[in-house]
Design a protein around this ligand. Structure first.
Ligand code: HXC
Length: 259
């Protein structure tokens, strides 16, 4: 279904693009023909990711950006448009979280995660809007969330609330910006085995077998599973899909609710 032409002449901007899932999306978008800009806070990680993208022959750029700062996001998007001539796809992937029972969470700990995940996503959407409106392919916004935002996430109330907020924001924007030919969707990954988050939360803590069994398919997903979903949503094959939340979690949330 996909070919090197699928995203040809599309320009994608991916926050957290040097991280596990963000890099996989950038790399796959590039291999399907897109030009990609990645942003993140850490220059060294960003430079490494940029080198790896370019080594695959992908036309890529990287800008050090903290998504908590609207002006930085706006500037990075403007640099992307100046470099590649357009913006067609925004992927809000940057996220930060840590495990902490709510009673022990400080107001600043709460605010930090809300700032990165929810406010960072809003900043991306707002800064990208005027450019996405002008996209000759139709604009696309894809935000990475989790069904734990819907079910609740004991030990991560800040991240759960932020992800639920992104789901709601995306549904609102899908309607508000539909007339502008901008599609707005979310992807809800389940536990993705080859990521730092799952390594830290489940593998390092010896809970990996238990967590695998919590999925209907009895296994962790891969970064490529999420990138495939992100290619689909950004492509013309999903041209009538907006306001959707594509759950790519091996049936984890259904088993969670059914248990
Ligand atoms: C309690 C903590 C804490 C912890 C930070 N804080 N870590 N509180 N337990 N483990 C508090 C601090 O005390 C401080 O509050 C406030 O949070 C801000 O902390 P800083 O360290 O100053 O923030 P900052 O340097 O901006 O770092 C942001 C961060 C950090 C979110 C805290 O973890 C980060 O940068 N993470 C990025 C990478 C990441 O988390 N990736 C995970 C994505 S994976 P006070 O009150 O003391 O000032 C993922 C997978 C989900 O999301 C998988 C689901 C299945």
């Amino acid at each position: 279904m996909f070919s090197t032409e699928t995203l040809k002449n599309h320009v994608a901007f991916i926050t957290g693009g040097a991280g596990d899932i963000g890099y996989e999306i950038a790399s796959m978008y590039g291999r399907f023909g897109a030009k990609v800009a990645i942003v993140g806070r850490n220059r060294e990680r960003l430079d490494n990711a940029l080198q790896k993208l370019r080594a695959q022959g992908i036309d890529a750029a990287a800008f050090v950006t903290d998504v908590r700062d609207f002006d930085q996001v706006k500037h990075a998007i403007e640099q992307t448009v100046a470099r590649f001539g357009a913006l067609d796809i925004l992927v809000n992937n940057a996220a930060g979280n840590f495990h902490c029972p709510t009673a022990g969470l400080t107001p600043n700990g709460w605010k930090t995660v809300i700032d990165i995940d929810l406010n960072g996503t809003f900043h991306g959407c707002l800064a990208a809007y005027e450019h996405l409106k002008r996209s000759e392919h139709g604009g696309n916004i894809i935000s990475i969330i989790t069904m734990l935002g819907v079910t609740g996430w004991p030990g991560a109330a800040h991240a759960a609330a932020a992800k639920a907020g992104i789901l709601s924001l995306s549904r609102t924007l899908a309607v508000e910006w539909g007339d502008d030919n901008i599609r707005v969707n979310t992807i809800s990954p389940g536990p993705i085995g080859d990521t730092e988050g799952v390594q830290r939360m489940y593998i390092d803590t010896g809970r990996d077998e238990l967590e695998r069994r919590k999925t209907a398919l009895n296994r962790f997903g891969t970064k490529a599973d999420i990138a495939h979903a992100a290619v689909y949503l950004a492509s013309d094959m999903a041209c009538y899909v907006t306001g959707d939340n594509l759950v790519v979690d091996g049936g984890r949330w259904l088993k969670y609710v059914a248990a």
